[in-house]
Design a protein around this ligand. Structure first.
Ligand code: SIN
Length: 478
C-alpha cells in the first residue's frame, strides 16, 4: 500500500466524515498498488444522505445568491491553493499525467468561479398581458436535491461541472464518484467544508457497487434531479429509472468524434491538434476523436506527419513532468483497446506506429490506416490512445461519413475556407464543433451532445438552467 496519511478515504455524509462497515481498494493504475481503502457506501448511507440533502435544501435555497456565491468563490480559491496536491491525487488514482492533472484542477476550479458569478444572474421576466389589471411574472427557482454520478476520466472537473451550477442555483447535491477514482471528489468535499459549505449541501458517497446505493436516490421522490456522465448504455438505464418518479435528467454520454481535415487545411496545425485532441488523457475522454478523416490528396503527407508526432509522445509515470501518456485506468479499459485493435487488424487495418501493450496498463500511442467500415473502432468508443485514419473525397462525403453514427457529442473540422467552415459546422449533427480547434471545452461554453450522446448541457449560462425550474406568477391587481 502506498502512503495514505493525507488521502481522504471516509464518506462525506450529512456534514461529517463517516466510516462504513466495508471498504474497497483504490489502486494506482501506474503501479497496480493499493493507494487506500475507501468507505464503501450502500443503501444505509444512501438513506442518511438523502435525508440530509433534502433537509439542507430547505436552508440552502433560502440563502441569498450573494451568500451562495461567496462560499463558491471561497471553494474556488481553495482549489487553486491546493492545485498541486489535487493534481497529485488525480495522477495517482487514475493515471493522468501530472501536467494535464494540474490543468484539470484549473479547469475544475473554472466551473466554480464561473457559477459563483452566475448565481447572481439568475433573473426572472415580466411578460406583457392583454388584460390591463394583470401582471405576468416568471421566476426561477432551484429544482431541488440532486443526485450526481460522475466518471473517473475527469475526477475533479466532472464534480465541479455538476456541483457548482447546482449549488449556485440553490440545489443541494449528493455525488457518487466513480469507483476507480473517488479520491479527488473526497478532496474537493474537504475543501467545500473548509470553504464554509453548510452540512448536507454537498455529500460524497463512494461505492464499489453503485447499483444498490443509486436505487435509493432514484426511488426517493425528494430527489428532483439526476445528473450522470458515463456510457450511453448506463445512461439509457438511468433515464428509464428516473422516469418512475419523473425526475429532471441531464445525461452526458458517449461520443464518437470525427475529425475532418480538408485539403486547404493548415496540415502542421491539424496534426498538432489531432495529437492534443486524440491523445490527452491517453485517449480517455468523451470528446477525443475516434475517426480521423483526411481528404484523399492529403493522406500520405498527413499520415507521415502524424506518425512522426505520435512516435515522439512520451509514455511513462504520470508523476514525471515530461510524461504525456500515462496508463489506462484499469484492466477492463485495456481489454477494450486490445479487442478493438485485434478486430481492426484482422479486418485489414495496418499499423503506422504503436499497437502494443508496453507494460501492465500502458498501451502504446497508435496510428492505424486502411481502416474500413464495419470495424468495431468505427462504431464504439475505444477510450484509448488509438488514432484510426480514413479518407474522404469531397465535402458532401465528409459530412455523410462524420454523421454516420448514433453519437453526437463533438466533431472537429480543419479548413481555411470560411464558407466551408460554416457549411460543414452547420451540417454536422453534434453538440460541439471545433473549427480548427481540437480542444474546445471551457467552463463558459455549453458542453453536451445530441442523439445517443445525451440530454442537456453543462457549462456556461446553459449549465445552470438544468438546475432551475420556471415558475409563472399571474397577478391580478385589485
Ligand atoms: C469528458 O470526457 O466527459 C469531458 C471532456 C472535457 O470536458 O473536455
Amino acid at each position: 500500500m502506498e502512503s495514505t496519511s493525507s488521502v481522504p478515504h471516509l464518506a462525506f455524509l450529512a456534514g461529517a466524515w463517516q466510516e462504513t462497515e466495508r471498504t474497497f481498494p483504490v489502486r494506482n493504475p501506474a503501479t497496480g498498488k493499493i493507494i487506500v481503502q475507501v468507505a464503501d457506501c450502500g443503501p444505509k448511507e444512501a438513506k442518511q444522505a438523502a435525508d440530509a440533502v433534502a433537509s439542507s435544501f430547505e436552508n440552502w435555497k433560502n440563502r441569498t445568491a450573494y451568500e451562495r456565491a461567496e462560499i463558491l468563490y471561497h471553494w474556488y480559491q481553495l482549489m487553486l491553493a491546493h492545485e498541486e496536491s489535487l493534481a497529485h491525487l488525480m495522477a495517482v488514482e487514475m493515471g493522468k499525467p501530472i501536467r494535464e492533472a494540474r490543468a484539470e484542477v484549473r479547469y475544475a476550479a473554472g466551473f466554480v468561479s464561473w457559477y459563483a458569478e452566475e448565481a447572481k444572474r439568475i433573473s426572472g421576466e415580466m411578460v406583457p398581458s392583454q388584460f390591463a389589471n394583470k401582471r405576468l411574472l416568471v421566476i426561477k427557482q432551484p429544482v431541488g436535491p440532486v443526485f450526481a454520478i460522475t466518471p473517473w476520466n475527469f475526477p475533479a472537473a466532472m464534480i465541479t461541472r455538476k456541483a457548482a451550477p447546482a449549488l449556485a442555483a440553490g440545489c443541494t447535491i449528493v455525488i457518487k464518484p466513480a469507483e476507480q477514482a473517488p479520491l479527488s471528489a473526497l478532496a474537493l468535499a474537504q475543501l467545500w467544508e473548509e470553504a464554509g459549505g453548510p452540512a448536507g449541501t454537498l455529500q460524497v458517497l463512494p461505492a464499489e457497487n453503485p447499483v444498490p446505493l443509486s436505487e435509493i436516490f432514484f426511488q426517493d421522490e425528494r430527489i428532483r434531479k439526476i445528473t450522470f456522465t458515463g456510457s450511453t448504455i448506463v445512461g439509457q438505464q438511468l433515464f428509464a429509472q428516473a422516469a418512475e418518479t419523473l425526475k429532471r435528467v441531464s445525461l452526458e454520454l458517449g461520443g464518437h468524434a470525427p475529425f475532418l481535415i480538408f485539403e486547404d487545411a493548415d496540415l502542421a496545425n491539424a496534426v498538432q491538434e489531432v495529437i492534443a485532441c486524440k491523445f490527452r488523457n491517453a485517449g480517455q475522454t468523451c470528446v477525443c476523436t475516434n475517426r480521423i478523416y483526411v481528404q484523399e490528396r492529403l493522406k500520405e503527407a498527413f499520415l507521415e506527419q502524424l506518425t512522426q508526432a505520435v512516435q515522439q509522445l512520451r509514455v511513462g509515470d504520470p508523476l514525471q513532468e515530461e510524461t504525456q501518456i500515462g496508463p489506462l485506468v484499469d484492466e477492463q479499459g485495456l481489454k477494450k483497446v486490445q479487442a478493438h485493435m485485434a478486430d481492426a487488424l484482422e479486418k485489414g487495418a495496418h499499423l503506422a506506429t504503436g499497437g502494443h501493450v508496453r507494460e501492465s496498463l500502458y498501451f502504446e500511442p497508435t496510428v492505424l490506416f486502411d481502416v474500413q467500415p464495419g470495424m468495431r473502432l468505427l462504431k464504439e468508443e475505444t477510450f484509448g490512445p488509438v488514432a484510426p485514419v480514413l479518407t474522404f473525397r469531397n465535402e458532401a462525403d465528409a459530412i455523410r461519413l462524420a454523421n454516420s453514427t448514433p453519437y453526437g457529442l463533438a466533431a472537429y473540422l480543419w479548413t481555411r475556407d470560411i464558407g466551408r467552415a460554416f457549411r460543414v459546422a452547420e451540417a454536422l449533427e453534434y453538440g460541439i464543433v471545433g473549427v480548427n480547434d481540437g480542444l474546445p471545452s471551457t467552463p463558459q461554453a455549453p458542453f453536451g451532445g445530441i442523439k445517443h450522446s445525451g440530454i442537456g448541457r453543462e457549462g456556461g449560462k446553459w449549465g445552470i438552467e438544468e438546475y432551475l425550474e420556471i415558475k409563472y406568477l399571474s397577478l391580478a391587481l385589485p
